[in-house]
Design a binder for this molecule. Sequence first.
Ligand code: NAD
Length: 480
Amino acid sequence: MEKILNYINGVLQEPSSKQYLDNYEPATGKVYSQVPDSDTQDVQQAIDAARAAFPAWSKTGLEERMMIMLKIADGIQNRFDEFVAAESKDNGKTLQLAAAMDIPRAISNFRFYASALQHFSAESHQTPGTAINYTLRQPIGVVGCISPWNLPLYLFSWKIAPALATGNCVVAKPSEITPYTAYLLSQVCIEAGLAKGVLNIIHGLGGKAGQAIIEHPEIKAISFTGGTETGKRIAATAAPMFKKLSLELGGKNPNLVFADCDFEETVKQSVRASFSNQGEICLCGSRIFIERSIYEKFKAAFVEQVKTLKVGDPNDAASNQGAIVSLAHKQKVLSYIQLATEEGGKILTGGHELKLEGRCADGYFIAPTVIEGLAYTCRTQQEEIFGPVVTLTPFDTEEEAITMANSVKYGLASSIWTNDLKRAHRIAEKIEAGIVWINCWLLRDLRTPFGGVKASGVGREGGFEAMKFFTEAKNICIKN
Ligand code: NAD
């Protein structure tokens, strides 16, 4: 069985313990590769390598740094089909989605920050008649990047690229559930000639390899994307050590549909926002609030479209939905569907797992599920399910819609569907979320600040925000 390897000091190597974890293909439920079960020894080696690489990497000329990052992007592009197949196999997402979103975005992340590093600059402040201040933005040193399983290479590269662009050396850990494209990335980095130790990729469990990274005193900053509970634990470890922290956490995003929306487009995009990647995107609009006058019409059209979604083998071009990422996650999602019925919800479509035939007979599949009749305060509407499950709830007034939208502990993203521009702006200001999409969903410009409020996180990624995070600002004051 194929063994994934750690990437430490420019070399692919086994974990020091020689212990491995099983890596499953969600569409078949079968183990298809082995992931290093790395521990503190591997992390220490990676940190030592990163520290040794830092002086040279941090002084590398901007053009040289840009060129190597572009080479990494090209390396992924040259092996595009291999990356797409690996991401789909590891995560359960369809090949089409990996080809249309995940891998192109990973390439863009490297290209975007390769270009951004040429334009990043710092401020100067003049104190009239007295002094001039300038800000020096210096790389931090060795930083930790930890990412989740839902958009594996997309999010992994979203952290690594700005960290490298700003002259840091990185110890990164992908999710142990979806390690494969990170392994391919380490091969690409070797092929591209990235200097040894600049990027180190450690595979393994969160509580073991991940914890060893975040609690190491030489890791000066941590960029983490994952669940809110994990974020809390990371903050508890890192805060007393005064590490810089960027936390991108869970969501329970509202989708507000007003009677004056473009109806067809709203239904179509709401289906996309609910079920893309089997609902396993932190930005998915999992709570749909609909103005009462169009509630029944919206419900009928929405459910009709959801019923046309084909759940199937991720390799099949006809499949709109692939497999749920793991057996444990499938069970979690099903338990929330059970909870919804206990809370009085009515299942309009879906509500059960699906048994496929042939290759995927033992895979993890759930029918896209639409539920109505639940109070907006119940657990099903308050807790993150992170699967193909969405709730429909009517509202009567704009104020009520905002109250419902803001009632959760999360505050990541939101969508508003209306043709009343004044209303859109009014609500956008009041929504407690880091991102408000008006008449769209998941329309991304990589220059914009990305992140959440409340339990959805601390700090912003994206554009120069990420580059500011990965640098320390130093004020130099020169008296006239
Ligand atoms: P998770 O929190 O279980 O794991 C995320 C990563 O953290 C994994 O690599 C894991 O191994 C590691 N980890 C776990 N415990 C750790 C510890 N003690 N120390 C260091 N690392 C540790 O999350 P998941 O289940 O992989 O991903 C799903 C979650 O991610 C959802 O809640 C989703 O909303 C969230 N998410 C958020 C965003 C965002 O941008 N805000 C994007 C995608 C996913």
